[in-house]
Design a protein around this ligand. Structure first.
Ligand code: NAI
Length: 596
C-alpha cells in the first residue's frame, strides 16, 4: 500500500476566528503545522461575550511559531469582519481559508431571554460569520479560490432547552452556508458546515464525564482541515464530527400526500387534511433534495400527475415470475393440465400472467392504507367488518411478466345501504414508463357503517353488473379446490386471517376459515380464458364480478358461461351446496380464441 500524499497548505492563508481557545485553537495549530500562514483571531472575552483580551490570540500565535509555523494575531470581534480579513491581507497579501468558529453562549429559556441575550449571540455567530465572509469574498473571487467553514450546532439542528437564541443563530448559519455554496460555486469558492461536539469551556457544564473526556477538539480539527483542502470537492455539505467520528448530515423530505384529485379542486377541507395526515408525516420514503430547483421540480411532477389523473394514495408493487406462478397455483392452475404450463413455468415460450393477478396492486393498496376508512370518517373499518362486494379489472396495456407498478388509489363513490356502507375505490396502476397498465375498481361493504344519511345509488362511472342471460349456459367448467387452497392463495398477498385462522374466522361469524372471494374469481377468469380464449391472456380485456356468498376450501366450483360476441357472461356456484358465489359477472375479450 502506498502512502497517501500529505495534505499540505503551503502558500495558503487561513483565518480562524475564535482561535484563542477550544476548537479554533486546534484548527489554527493544525493549519500552522501543515504550511499555512494563520491569522489567529480572538476577541478574548468571557464566553458570555463580555470583555476582551489580547492574551488568548497571542498564546496560540506563540504556540504555532514555537512549532515552526507562521501566524499573526487579530483581536477584533468578528462583527468587524473587514478588520479581521484586513489582517490577513496586510500580513500575507491574500486569504484562502476562512473558518468561522468564534462563539459565545447566553443560555436562557425563551421567556427569560433578553434583547441583549438574543442580539449578542446573533451578532457573534450569525452576523459575525457573514461579516468576515463578505469581507473575504472579493479576494476569493479574484483568485478564483476560497474555502469557507460555518460552524453550526446540534442545538440548532435538533433544538436544545434553554438555547433559543443560540439554536436560531446556529441553524441560521446552515441557511447562510447553503446560499454561499451556491453563489461561490462558479468561482471555486466552497462553503461547508461543521457541526462539532467538543469538550470546551462551552460544554464543560452540560456533558457527562466520560463523553466530556473523549470529546477532544483535536479529533475534529482534521475533518475541518480536509474540508478546507483544495482536493476536497464537497460544497454545501453539513458534516457532523465528534469523538473521532464524522458523518454527513442532510435534511430530508417525505413523499407527502396529494390533497387534490384534479387541478379543478379549488377547496381542500381541514378534515381531508386530517384524513391523510398519516401520509403527510410518513417519512419511510423520505429523500434529500439537492437543490431548490430539485425541490420545485418534484412539485412540478406532482402537478403533472394531478393533471393526468395520477392522484390519490400511492403505493408501489413489485412482482416477478415467482409471484405470477404462485398466484396461478393459488387459483388452481395445475401441471396436470398441459395448457396451464404457460402460467406455471417461467421458461415456457409463452410464459404469461393470469390477467386476474393484476387485482393485487389495488387490493394491497386498499388493505395497507387508510383508503377505505378515509371515506367514512367516524366509522370503524376493520378486517372483521368488511366484505368484498364487487370487483372490476380492466387491462389497458400489454401485460408484463415482471416489473414495478405505481398505483394511485382514490375513493370514487360512497353509498349508504342502511345495514352498511359501500365504498367504491378506483386504483390505477402505472408501469415504470408511466403508462397506465391496469384499472381496478372495488366495492367494499362495511357492515354497520350505514345510516349516515348518504345516497343509495351509485354515481356514473361505477361499473354496473349485468345479469347472465336467461337461457341455459353455453358451457360449464368445474374445478375442485383443495383444502389448502386459501393457505396457498393468501401467499400472493391477501393475508387476512379470516382465510386461515379458525378463531379469527369465528369472530367474523364463520364456522371455519373461508376461501378468498378473489380466489374463486381467479378460478372463474381462468375458466373463461380456457374455454373461449385459448388460455391466451393477451385476449383478456376486462372482468366484473359480484361476490354473493363464501366458498369453503375443498369445495367444487362450477363456472357457467354464456358467450355473446366478445363478452362472456358467467356465474360461479358451489357444486356441493348449489349456492351461487359470483353473479352478475362477465369477461370482455379483445377477440375470440380458436375454440369458438
Ligand atoms: P470556546 O469558547 O472554547 O471558543 C470560542 C472562542 O471564540 C473563544 O476563544 C472566544 O474568546 C472567541 N470569541 C467569542 N466571541 C468572539 C468574537 N466576537 N470575536 C472573536 N472571537 C470571539 O468554544 P468552542 O467550544 O471551541 O466552540 C467553537 C465553536 O464551535 C463555536 O462557534 C461554538 O458555538 C461551536 N460549537 C461548539 C460545540 C462544542 O461542543 N464545543 C458544539 C457545537 C458548536
Amino acid at each position: 500500500m502506498s502512502m497517501p500524499t500529505a495534505l499540505r497548505y503551503d502558500g495558503k492563508v487561513a483565518v480562524i476566528t475564535g482561535a484563542g481557545a477550544g476548537l479554533g485553537r486546534e484548527y489554527a495549530l493544525l493549519f500552522g503545522s501543515r504550511g499555512a500562514s494563520v491569522v489567529v483571531n480572538d476577541l478574548g472575552g468571557s464566553f458570555h461575550g463580555e470583555g476582551a483580551s489580547q492574551r488568548a490570540a497571542d498564546v496560540v500565535v506563540d504556540e504555532i511559531r514555537a512549532l515552526g509555523g507562521t501566524a499573526v494575531a487579530n483581536y477584533n470581534s468578528v462583527v468587524d469582519g473587514d478588520k479581521v480579513i484586513q489582517t490577513a491581507i496586510d500580513n500575507f497579501g491574500r486569504i484562502d481559508i476562512l473558518v468561522n468558529n468564534a462563539g459565545i453562549l447566553r443560555d436562557k429559556s425563551v421567556a427569560k431571554t433578553s434583547d441583549l441575550d438574543w442580539n449578542l449571540v446573533h451578532d457573534v455567530h450569525l452576523k459575525g460569520s457573514f461579516m468576515t465572509t463578505r469581507a473575504a469574498w472579493p479576494y476569493f473571487k479574484k483568485q478564483n479560490y476560497g474555502r469557507i467553514i460555518m460552524t453550526s450546532s446540534n442545538s440548532g439542528i435538533y433544538g436544545n432547552f434553554g438555547q433559543a437564541n443560540y439554536s436560531a443563530a446556529k441553524l441560521g448559519l446552515v441557511g447562510l452556508a447553503n446560499t454561499i455554496a451556491i453563489e461561490g460555486q462558479k468561482n471555486n469558492i466552497f462553503c461547508n458546515v461543521i457541526v462539532p461536539t467538543a469538550a470546551s469551556r462551552m460544554t464543560e457544564d452540560v456533558l457527562p464525564e466520560l463523553l466530556f473526556q473523549e470529546l477532544k477538539p483535536q479529533l475534529i480539527a482534521p475533518v475541518v482541515a480536509y474540508l478546507c483542502h483544495e482536493s476536497c470537492e464537497d460544497n454545501g455539505a453539513i458534516i457532523e464530527s465528534a469523538a473521532g467520528w464524522a458523518t454527513k448530515v442532510q435534511t430530508v423530505r417525505g413523499k407527502g400526500a396529494v390533497l387534490r384529485t384534479s387541478l379543478d379542486t379549488k377547496v381542500i377541507t381541514p378534515e381531508y387534511v386530517k384524513s391523510v395526515w398519516n401520509q403527510v408525516v410518513d417519512m419511510s420514503e423520505a429523500k434529500h433534495c439537492d437543490s431548490i430547483q430539485e425541490a420545485s421540480m418534484s412539485l412540478m411532477k406532482i402537478l403533472e400527475n394531478v393533471q393526468e389523473g395520477r392522484v390519490g394514495i400511492e403505493d408501489t408493487f413489485n412482482f416477478g415470475a415467482k409471484d405470477l406462478v404462485l398466484y396461478a397455483l393459488g387459483v388452481g392452475a395445475s401441471v396436470k393440465n398441459n395448457d396451464d404450463l404457460k402460467f406455471l413455468y417461467e421458461n415456457h415460450p409463452e410464459f404469461s400472467p393470469l390477467p386476474s393477478f393484476f387485482v393485487m396492486p389495488g387490493l394491497l393498496l386498499s388493505m395497507t392504507t387508510d383508503l377505505v376508512s378515509s371515506a367514512l370518517p367516524g366509522s370503524s373499518v376493520e378486517l372483521t367488518n368488511i366484505l368484498h362486494g364487487e370487483q372490476y379489472i380492466e387491462i389497458v396495456d400489454d401485460l408484463p411478466t415482471s416489473g414495478k407498478l405505481t398505483t394511485y388509489g382514490k375513493v370514487f363513490d360512497v353509498m349508504d345501504k342502511g345495514s352498511g356502507a359501500v365504498v367504491v375505490t378506483n386504483c390505477d396502476s402505472y408501469n415504470e414508463e408511466g403508462n397506465l397498465l391496469v384499472k381496478n375498481q372495488s366495492a367494499i361493504f362495511i357492515v354497520g357503517a350505514g345510516k349516515f344519511g348518504g345516497k343509495k345509488q351509485p354515481i356514473q362511472g361505477v361499473i354496473p353488473l349485468i345479469p347472465a342471460p336467461k337461457r341455459s349456459p353455453d358451457s360449464s367448467i368445474q374445478y375442485k379446490t383443495s383444502e389448502d387452497q386459501a393457505a396457498l392463495y393468501r401467499l400472493s398477498g391477501d393475508l387476512n386471517p379470516l382465510h386461515i385462522d379458525p378463531s379469527f374466522a369465528a369472530i367474523a361469524g364463520f364456522k371455519t376459515p373461508i376461501l378468498h372471494g378473489l380466489c374463486s374469481f381467479g378460478y372463474s377468469v381462468r375458466a373463461v380464458l380456457a374455454k373461449y380464449a385459448d388460455n391466451n391472456s393477451s385476449l383478456f380485456k376486462a372482468v366484473k364480478v359480484r361476490f354473493v356468498s363464501p366458498v369453503l376450501p375443498g369445495q367444487t366450483l362450477k363456472i357457467d358461461m354464456w358467450k355473446d360476441g366478445t363478452r362472456v357472461y358467467f356465474r360461479t356456484s358451489v357444486v356441493e351446496t348449489g349456492k351461487d358465489v359470483i353473479t352478475g359477472a362477465y369477461v370482455d375479450l379483445k377477440g375470440a380464441g380458436s375454440k369458438l
